[in-house]
Design a protein around this ligand. Structure first.
Ligand SMILES: [Zn+2]
Length: 489
């Protein structure tokens, strides 16, 4: 038995101003797929490991994954899907295809690009070859996906720490299907609610009991997979919002009914889905008054994993204005890192940091400080963290010890790097326990990395491309009558 595997993952923020281009996708073709993903906690690693577990030959075609940002260009999309479809067309006889797709990819003029990718793969392999799709928990899943794919499996955790298991699960169901032991069909249901990212933490209500119900469903005879996708509110697309997906063995009616039951459970708690969080000024005040340190501040508006810029100065400006001490802020600022590098370790430097991307993320901030250290920006994460990655590279990175105004550590890096690993700052000689305030540019994802090292995490309603309170009027394609919008106070 031979199963092809391919991956094309991007979470596209239609409110972000920087498009995602071909050069933003590291590309791995053929054997390079296993070299990149083997031994990680990614779903592609699950596909690869499935070969040994479930008795098939893995035929890796291509994989590409880019950091979330603005929509993917047509050029990048055509190039990468072209590699996948031509690779499949050239493959020896296939018994199935495993596709790792994010589920919230937007291409300039394709709101549901992942659906288009499945359609193109189907065109190449034909109706007789089963296709298993895995999605990120933040997928916006259109109803047509139930017809195009045979199997759909979504991560069950946020922070995403079960990607490996979901890859294995998809491989197991697909292998059984290829052997003729299962006839998977998908049922989808979409509750008419906006499930704000604030509620996406799978260890907390309202989502935790939903996930528990999905896990319970998977113990039911005839159910092959049961998933809850929370949706991704930063993509203005028709299917924006949560989706429940149940895969049964041959019973389409049961699959749809069980998905609808999960959707009804979310609908039942809709009144709890309004968000109220402190803005940057109140959050910094609250953090400075904490009884125990360090305290983490989650910068929701500049959520790099959600496609935001990574150079917002809105919280930094408050730290400086309130004369906070012992803080660490990381900004994506290649020019600043370069200026520090040119000045050298120990040099005093004045620069205008952050706020360069656009007008949503605050103004550049004038700071003065001493270059504390310089780094190549590479770090390794051996623990299981959001995204399942192991080797990271934030490019040339400088740590600037700010002396005026206030006192803190400003990290300036060259590549936008999600704060999914604490080694992003520890590799720079920063010891979290010796600090008071750590700013992480994310919403839920950084929790896996930061919860072990902080006394408390404060969630901040900051502005930016991932601002959490965007009104219905800011959307053109999304369904306008979602519950949270209709009833927002
Ligand atoms: Zn996600």
């Amino acid at each position: 038995m031979r199963l092809a595997l391919a991956g094309f993952l991007h979470e596209s923020n239609t409110f972000a101003t920087s498009p995602t281009r071909r050069e933003d996708f590291p590309l791995h073709v053929g054997a390079a797929v296993a070299a990149r993903f083997g031994g990680t906690f990614h779903e592609m690693a699950g596909f690869l490991a499935g070969a040994g577990e479930y008795g098939f030959d893995a035929y890796p075609v291509a994989a590409a994954e880019a950091t979330p940002a603005g929509p993917v260009t047509r050029d990048a999309y055509e190039h990468i899907t072209g590699l996948i479809t031509s690779g499949l067309a050239a493959a020896p006889a296939l018994d199935g295809v495993l596709l790792a797709l994010h589920g919230a990819m937007v291409v300039e003029d394709l709101p549901h690009a992942d659906l288009e990718t499945v359609r193109r793969v189907r065109q190449v392999v034909g109706a007789g070859v089963p296709i298993a799709v895995t999605h990120d928990y933040h997928a916006n899943i259109p109803a047509e996906m139930a017809e195009c794919a045979d199997i759909l499996v979504v991560y069950k955790t946020n922070p995403h720490i079960d990607q490996l298991e979901r890859g294995l699960q998809a491989a197991r169901i697909l292998a059984a299907t290829a052997r003729g032991e299962a006839r998977p069909v998908i049922g989808l249901a979409k509750p008419e609610v906006l499930l704000n990212i604030y509620f996406h933490n799978t260890s907390r209500p309202p989502v935790q009991p939903l996930l528990a119900a999905a896990v319970g469903l998977e113990q039911t005879p005839g159910v092959l997979a049961a998933s809850v996708a929370a949706g991704y509110q930063y993509a203005d697309v028709p299917a924006m919002g949560p989706t429940m997906a149940v895969v049964t063995d041959g019973d389409r009616t049961a699959a749809a009914a069980q998905a609808q039951d999960l959707a009804d459970r979310l609908w039942a708690v809709r009144e709890q889905l309004h968000v109220r969080l402190p803005g940057p000024a109140d959050a910094v005040r609250q953090a400075m008054a904490a009884a125990r340190y360090p305290v983490g501040l989650l910068d929701f508006g500049d959520n790099i994993g959600g496609g935001s810029a990574g150079d917002s100065t809105l919280i930094l400006a408050e730290l400086l204005a309130q004369r906070a001490e012992g803080w660490v802020v990381t900004l994506w600022d290649p020019a600043g890192a370069q200026a520090c590098n040119a000045a050298g370790i120990g040099a005093e430097i004045t620069l205008s940091a952050g706020g360069h991307t656009d007008t949503q993320h605050g103004e550049p901030v004038q700071v003065r400080g001493r270059v504390r250290s310089l780094h190549d920006g590479r770090y390794e994460e051996t623990e299981r963290r959001h995204g399942g990655g192991r080797h990271f590279d934030q490019g040339l990175t400088a740590v600037l010890a700010i002396t005026d105004p206030g006192r803190g550590l400003l990290v300036l890096n060259t590549r936008r790097a999600m704060p999914n690993s604490i080694h992003q700052i520890m590799s720079l000689g920063i010891v979290p326990a010796q600090q008071r305030l750590l700013v992480a540019k994310g919403a839920v994802a950084p929790r896996a990395a930061y919860e072990p090292v902080v006394a408390d995490l404060i969630e901040v309603d900051s502005g930016g491309a991932t601002a959490i309170g965007r009104p219905a009027s800011a959307y053109r394609r999304a369904r306008p009558n979602l519950y949270e919008w209709r009833t927002r106070p």
